[in-house]
Design a protein around this ligand. Structure first.
Ligand code: SAH
Length: 364
């Protein structure tokens, strides 16, 4: 539960086993509260092993002892307990006008899980409800620069955040190492989220991560995201399909040069071409398409940094886009759109500006 209350200086008593309560403990600690933890009457693993920073009072053995404890705190968060203890706590809370919050237990299975979360193209409003729920339940989030990270602290309160886009030496963590880290965390019983930009299965190496989890026996699920292949053109006012203009679109990676035979096929299809990771090979692609028979006045758009405050679109034609891009100094991340739908972008980046203004109002 996130109610946006300020807990700094408040005393919070969390009731429940250390593993089941670990996220609730972490969340209240993060929110600035002084946190006390009652795991149960028996001998338990010291909570400090799970979440450092909390105090464990003596477990109350009588109604009077519960009364004294509950009178001394501002809020009791019950994660799990017996029905009898629950009733004693509820009665004491109502006597002392102490807030009572019933909280959801974290998974205590010996093997955790991995959820690949598509974070969309960067705008908070384009995160799905499923993405936010998965982040909220995470013990650890592995993220990179393409995923939305502005408010990760709020979306995944109390979770550990690990940047696998960059290591301390500023080099990207190799894909296999990132997979090993995720699997190791899950095998240690943690609820892992891998937050990715756009959709995990659109050039996101999500398929490889699913296979790595399956090979290690780790339960894995995928939450689809809004892909930049559609949303970034839209943010510049370009629909990837439009009645009577284009009834198909092809999404390709420009990471490696596209062969002549692939280009010939794309021209033959006749629909919209959307290129991701295409800045490095743009000149080669535009020249190849023109050489192999595409109309040289075919409209082309390059949209850089979609949904960021400095989103920029460069519009041209097949025969001019190379020079325009070089002149403008376009850089990654950018989406290239080739096709007649580009002419429909009457308002260009104004569409994105409107969306960002609206989003800012909603978040204010
Ligand atoms: N899985 C992602 C794509 C990963 S490949 C998705 O579905 O969107 C990375 C490429 O995506 C970048 O090189 C760029 O071409 C594109 N991209 C992702 N986010 C973008 C953004 N906000 N603005 C422009 N291009 C973006």
């Amino acid at each position: 539960m996130s109610v946006g209350l300020d807990f700094s200086g408040k005393r919070v008593l969390v009731v429940g086993g250390a593993h089941a309560a670990r996220r609730v403990l972490a969340r209240y600690l993060t929110s600035g509260a002084t946190v006390y933890h009652l795991a149960g009457p028996g001998p338990h693993s010291p909570v400090s092993l799970v979440v450092p920073g909390v105090t464990a009072p003596v477990f109350p053995r009588s109604v009077g002892a519960w009364d004294a404890l509950i009178a001394a705190v501002d809020l009791v968060a019950v994660v799990e307990t017996t029905p009898h203890t629950d009733a004693v706590i509820a009665a004491a809370c109502s006597r002392h006008r102490t807030w009572l919050s019933r909280e959801i237990a974290a998974s205590t299975s010996p093997v955790g899980s991995v959820t690949l979360v598509g974070g969309g193209p960067g705008l908070e409003r384009l995160l799905t409800v499923g993405a936010l729920a998965a982040l909220n339940a995470a013990d650890i989030v592995y993220y990179d620069r393409l995923g939305p990270t502005d408010r990760l602290e709020e979306w995944a309160p109390g979770a550990e955040h690990v940047d696998v886009g960059k290591a301390p030496g500023h080099h990207a963590v190799p894909q296999r190492d990132a997979e090993r880290m995720m699997v190791a965390s899950a095998l240690a019983g943690r609820t892992v989220v891998r937050l990715k930009g756009g959709d995990p299965f659109v050039f996101g190496r999500g398929g490889e991560e699913v296979l790595a989890c399956r090979a290690a026996g780790v339960p894995v699920t995928v939450i689809s995201g809004v892909t930049s292949a559609i949303a970034v053109p839209a943010a510049a006012g370009i629909p990837v399909t439009h009645r009577e203009v284009s009834h198909l679109f092809t999404v390709i990676s420009g990471h490696a040069p596209i062969t002549d035979s692939e280009l010939t096929h794309l021209i033959g299809l006749g629909g919209t071409i959307v290129v991701l990771m295409g800045i490095g090979t743009l000149q080669q692609m535009a020249a190849g398409l023109a050489r192999l028979g595409m109309r040289i006045d075919m409209p082309v758009a390059i949209i850089e940094r979609g949904f960021a405050h400095d989103q920029r679109s460069t519009f041209g034609r097949l025969d001019t886009i190379g020079a325009l891009a070089a002149h403008a100094g376009v850089r990654s991340p950018a989406v290239v759109v080739i096709g007649d739908v580009v002419s429909l972008a009457a308002h260009g980046d104004e569409a994105a500006a409107d969306l960002l203004r609206e989003a800012a109002t909603l978040q204010a």
